[in-house]
Design a protein around this ligand. Structure first.
Ligand SMILES: Cc1cc2nc3c(=O)[nH]c(=O)nc-3n(C[C@H](O)[C@H](O)[C@H](O)COP(=O)(O)O)c2cc1C
Length: 366
C-alpha cells in the first residue's frame, strides 16, 4: 500500500517496505529480539531490536535478523535498496546512558540498520551528538536517527541538539521506562507538533513525529494519527505475541490484566529490586502492580525487597501477577490486550482497523 500525498513528508518513503499508517514495535530491553523485529518488518511495519543497556551482542543480533529476513520473506536486505552491500529493514534501540557507541559502530557499518533509536541520554540531548555523527559516518547517512522523548522541552532540546529524523513522542501511559512527570499523547503530540512548527516555520527538515504510550488497538492508532502523529510505536501490545522473549508467566499477567490506569504504576522500585542503577534523574518505569510495589509503599526496606525478589525468581512463571513479585513492565493499554497473537497479525490488524476508521483521505496525508 502506498498512498500519494505530500511525498516529502511521507514517512513510509524512508522505509520502502512499510505501509501506512506506520506501525512500529518498540526496542524493549531483553524482550524485543530479532524474531519480533523481523516479524513486524515482514508485515509492513518497522521492527526494532533492543540492544538495550549494552551493545555486547549486537553483531550476533544483526546476523540473526539478517538470516531471518532471508527466510521465505517478501523483503530481503538486498532487495530493499539497490546498490548497497547490506541494508537491514529493522532498527536497533539503545539506552544511551549505559550502552557503548564505540562497541556498536562496527556492526552499524556492516549491517546498516534502517534506523537507530536513542533513548535516555545521561546528561542531556547534546550527549547524542557523537552517536549521530558516528552513525552517519558508519552508514553513509542511510540509517535514520530516531530519538524517544517525553516532553515539549525535550522536543525543543533534541531538535536544537541533533535534528533527528524521527521523534518518538512517549506519553506517560507507556510501559517500561519514561520520564516520571509527563502527559499522555493526547496533549503531548499536538503541543509538540505546534512547537515544532513555531521553531521551524520553514523547515528544510522537521522531524517526523511518532506517538508511543498506551496504544494497544486500532482505535488508538487512528486517534494518534488524528492528533498529528505519522505513525505509532507499541511496546506492551507486542509482549503478547509468540515472538517476544518473555516468560509465560509475564505474558499471562499481561493478558489477565485489566483497567491499566489502576493496575499499573510508575515507580523506580522495579529497577531497584533487580539491581539496575544509573537511570538519569527524572525517569521511572511503568509496570503491573504486584507485591514488590505494595510492600515497598507499605514500608518494606529496599534490601529486604531485593532479597524477596531473588527468592521469587525460583518460582519461575508463578512469580508473576498481582500476588507475585517479578517485574512486569506494561503500559496502561494493557487492559485491551486479551490474547496472544503473532506479531505480524497484530501489525496487519492495527493497520487495517485504523484504515477503516480514518479512510483514505486521512492516510494520504501521512
Ligand atoms: C518491557 C518493556 C521494555 C522496554 N524497554 C525499552 C528500551 O530498552 N528502550 C526504550 O527506548 N524503550 C523501552 N521501552 C519503552 C518503549 O520504547 C515504548 O515507549 C513503550 O513500550 C510504549 O508504550 P506501550 O508499552 O504502552 O505501548 C520498554 C517498554 C516495555 C513495555
Amino acid at each position: 500500500m502506498h498512498f500519494p500525498g505530500n511525498l516529502s513528508d511521507y514517512i513510509c518513503d524512508d522505509y520502502p517496505w512499510t505501509a501506512s499508517p506506520l506501525i512500529v514495535s518498540a526496542p524493549m530491553a531483553k524482550v524485543a529480539m530479532p524474531k519480533l523485529a523481523v516479524a513486524v518488518s515482514k508485515a509492513g511495519g518497522l521492527g526494532f531490536i533492543a540492544a538495550g543497556y549494552h551493545s555486547d551482542h549486537l553483531e550476533d543480533l544483526l546476523e540473526e535478523a539478517d538470516d531471518l529476513l532471508q527466510e521465505g520473506s517478501s523483503i530481503t536486505p538486498t532487495q530493499t535498496w539497490e546498490g548497497t552491500p547490506k541494508f537491514l529493514p529493522v532498527g536497533v534501540g539503545f539506552i544511551t546512558w549505559s550502552a557503548s557507541l564505540e562497541k556498536a559502530l562496527p556492526s552499524f557499518a556492516r549491517y546498516c540498520p534502517a534506523a537507530i533509536w536513542l533513548f535516555a541520554p545521561p546528561t542531556g540531548f547534546k550527549d547524542l551528538i557523537p552517536w549521530v555523527t558516528k552513525i552517519k559516518e558508519a552508514t553513509a547517512s542511510r540509517t535514520k536517527i530516531w530519538v524517544q522523548i517525553g516532553s515539549v522541552s525535550d522536543a525543543v532540546e533534541v531538535v536544537n541538539a541533533i535534528e533527528p529524523d524521527v521523534m518518538v513522542v512517549q506519553g506517560t501511559d507507556a510501559g517500561g521506562h519514561a520520564v516520571a512527570r509527563g502527559a499522555s499523547i493526547v496533549s503531548l503530540v499536538p503541543e509538540i507538533k505546534d512547537k515544532l512548527r513555531e521553531i521551524r516555520p520553514f523547515p528544510k527538515k522537521r522531524p517526523h513525529v511518532i506517538a508511543a504510550g498506551g496504544i494497544s488497538d486500532s482505535r488508538a492508532v487512528a486517534a494518534s494519527i488524528a492528533l498529528g502523529a505519522q505513525g505509532c510505536v507499541l511496546g506492551t501490545r507486542f509482549l503478547a505475541s509468540p515472538e517476544s522473549m518473555i516468560a509465560r508467566g509475564y505474558q499471562k499477567a499481561i493478558v489477565d490484566a485489566s483497567d491499566g490506569g489502576v493496575s499499573t504504576v510508575r515507580t523506580t522500585i522495579y529497577d531497584k529490586v533487580r539491581d539496575i542503577h544509573g537511570w538519569p534523574e527524572g525517569y521511572d518505569g511503568r509496570g503491573l502492580i504486584n507485591k514488590t510495589f505494595i510492600e515497598h509503599i507499605g514500608g518494606l526496606s529496599e534490601v529486604k525487597n531485593r532479597e524477596l525478589y531473588r527468592e521469587e525468581l525460583s518460582r519461575g512463571d508463578e512469580g508473576y501477577g498481582p500476588n507475585g513479585r517479578l517485574t512486569t513492565y506494561a503500559g496502561t493499554g494493557v487492559g485491551l490486550i486479551r490474547e496472544i497473537i503473532p506479531a505480524g497479525d497484530i501489525v496487519k490488524s492495527l493497520r487495517e482497523g485504523a484504515d477503516k476508521i480514518l479512510g483514505r483521505q486521512h492516510r494520504s496525508k501521512l
